[in-house]
Design a protein around this ligand. Structure first.
Ligand code: NAP
Length: 353
């Protein structure tokens, strides 16, 4: 049992990112001091929204420069904190030529660097790590062998590799490293948040998050001819942020927490959005798997193995730990999708047909 003192600063790594910005907002609105790490605090465009959040909020924002692959670079931001929320990790799926350097090294070495600094700073009592359902399963086909046909926190992804699903591999290796480092000491405990696909409005236009790409691909007309039957667990970014904060301050929080409110296919998402945004070129049909398998490697840079193991499966997630132990309340899917789409229109990222 760990009671975190709210008068002490909270460190949030990767603070300018899509999810982390909402975490920072929640903490500042509660009146806390946030030690926010970014790669380069002089990049005005990347951090302007954080200063805007701090303006008028009850809490205080302090920015620190830190890079996942620079050992020791997080230590200054962690000094004095009892709670460290480690979100920084690349969430990029497309256009990766060197998965080790682009994904695995920053995720795994970065987590090790942050947690070693936690070991060196005597104030740290709890670490909340942004993991993913990608560290629970690798490919959708694994639902067929999941006990009870449901993905739970008991499961670990042991099918991804540097060559197949490298992002998922980066997440499972980073989470495993975190539990290993945690086990070797007793001053701080570890709680993980394992979200499915996060959607909902972004506080920044500067993020590289694949969440934004998924919505842009749906609404930009790029998938006008049709979409594969790819199903996702989906959760609102505001609930994901809230879960990190609840996990940070709940003395009894422990272990892993799947954050996933709904499951929907790309076509189901597009159908919900089309009812509200009829003038945008959203896809209207699902493509047969054999056709997707034929064209996807060239059209979308996706392997036939990925299509074989992920297209055509219905997913089920057990989110009961997030609801019963953290007290997360999930909003309806229509609100998450429509708020996200509206915000992207406002930001000029989506155009009418
Ligand atoms: P994001 O906006 O791209 O945030 C990623 C953050 O990581 C950015 O702040 C980025 O900093 C930072 N980062 C990347 N490489 C770094 C490096 N070498 N050194 C320091 N910082 C670095 O994406 P997000 O969706 O919010 O993802 C945040 C976390 O949630 C990640 O751990 C991701 O795996 C996890 N997650 C996301 C989803 C989802 O659907 N979005 C689902 C499950 C889990 P810069 O701004 O400097 O690039």
């Amino acid at each position: 049992m760990v009671a975190i003192n709210k008068n002490k600063p909270v460190c949030v790594t990767g603070a300018s990112g899509y999810i982390a910005s909402w975490i920072v907002k929640d903490l500042l609105d509660q009146g806390l001091t946030v030690h926010a790490t970014v790669r380069d605090s002089n990049k005005t465009r990347s951090v302007a929204h954080l200063w805007k959040l701090a303006d008028g909020a009850k809490g205080e924002l302090k920015l620190f420069d830190a890079d996942l692959i620079r050992p020791g670079s997080f230590k200054a931001a962690i000094e004095g904190c009892e709670l460290v929320i480690h979100t920084a990790s690349p969430f990029v799926i497309k256009g990766i030529t060197d998965p080790h350097e682009a994904l695995i090294r920053p995720a795994v070495e970065g987590t090790e660097n942050v947690l070693r600094s936690c070991n060196e700073v005597s104030t740290v009592r709890r670490v909340v790590l942004t993991s993913s359902v990608a560290s629970i399963y690798g490919d959708a086909v694994e639902i067929l062998n999941a006990p009870g046909g449901v993905f739970t926190e008991q499961l670990w992804n042991n099918t991804s590799s540097e060559h197949h699903q490298p992002y998922s591999y980066s997440k499972v290796m980073a989470e495993r490293a975190a539990w290993d480092i945690c086990k070797d000491q007793s001053r701080w405990d570890l709680v993980t948040i394992n979200p499915s696909l996060v959607m909902g409005p972004s506080l920044t236009t500067q993020t590289q998050s694949t969440s934004i790409d998924v919505m842009r691909d749906l609404g930009s007309g790029r998938q006008r001819t049709g979409v594969p039957m790819l199903e996702f667990g989906i959760v609102d970014v505001r609930e994901v942020a809230k879960a990190h904060v609840l996990a940070g301050f709940n003395p009894d929080a422990e272990g892993r927490h799947i954050l996933s409110a709904h499951t929907a296919s790309l076509l189901q998402m597009a159908t919900i959005l089309r009812a509200r945004f009829p003038n945008y070129p959203l896809p209207t049909r699902q493509l047969p798997k054999f056709l997707v398998k034929l064209v996807a490697p060239i059209a979308a840079g996706v392997s036939r193995e990925f299509i074989q193991k992920n297209v055509g499966y219905h997913l089920h997630f057990d989110n009961s730990r997030s609801v019963n132990l953290l007290g997360v309340k999930y909003r309806p899917l229509i609100e998450t999708l429509c708020d996200h789409f509206s915000q992207m229109i406002e930001d000029g990222l989506l155009k009418r047909r």
